[in-house]
Ligand binder design. Structure first.
Ligand SMILES: [Zn+2]
Length: 216
């Protein structure tokens, strides 16, 4: 069983690692955005409410409250494809949410991808994304023609170099308590994210394969 939460600042390589872990371990990569979209398309009452009142275009992209988010996460994690485990990304964001999650789907490991602020900023400034397949490109895999799926790569709006410092600070403030919570539970494992993605994955894989009580 691999119930994993991946946390780390913007630019730490979370998206890339989540994709690789999902592929290699055969477990789904689950983000709250995916859950909301899926539950809406299934016409789950809470999924409909979430879209109409909060994240949908009419609502203007507000934060979905916990009394909707948590039951939807619980529902999603009960699906057949999660029997072997899952990788959560973007949930929980708060200690409150983490406490709820532990009650219905206790995590095996929380992987914290660390990277220095300077390195993160360098990475974010360079990285670009494909509009179509949503692959992210950085210095290690940047296509020579600046294209993917036949289209020019673009820089995401929130990767604006002017605002990165603020985003990192915000991220640090928000996740500090969450990190402490998992550290106290004995579930937090730190992985250095400043390396080739393949090597970062190797380290994550070793860690996932270790028994839970084995602390690094
Ligand atoms: Zn593409």
């Amino acid at each position: 069983m691999s119930r994993i939460l991946l946390i780390g600042p913007p630019g730490a390589g979370k998206g890339t690692q989540a994709k690789t872990i999902s592929r290699e371990l055969g477990i789904p990569h689950i983000s709250t955005g995916d859950i909301f979209r899926r539950m809406y398309s299934k016409r789950h009452p809470l999924g409909v409410e979430a879209r109409e009142k909060y994240w949908g275009p009419e609502a203007g992209g507000k934060l979905v409250p916990d009394d909707i988010t948590i039951p939807l996460v619980k529902e999603r994690l009960s699906y057949e494809d999660c029997k072997k485990g899952f990788i959560l990304d973007g949930f929980p964001r708060t200690v409150q949410q983490a406490i709820s999650l532990e009650k219905f789907a206790s995590l095996d490991k929380v992987i914290y991808l660390t990277i220095s602020d300077e390195k993160t900023i360098q990475r974010i400034i360079i990285r670009k994304q494909c509009n179509k397949c949503e692959n992210i490109y950085g210095s290690y895999n940047f296509p020579k023609d600046n294209k993917c799926c036949g289209k020019e790569l673009y820089r995401r709006d929130d990767d604006d170099p002017e605002t990165i410092g603020g985003r990192l600070k915000e991220y640090g403030d928000k996740t500090e308590l969450l990190i402490k919570y998992y550290l106290d539970l004995g579930k937090l494992r730190t992985i250095e994210g400043d390396d080739y993605p393949e090597r970062v994955f190797e380290n994550i894989f070793k860690l996932i394969s270790l028994p839970d009580h084995y602390a690094l």
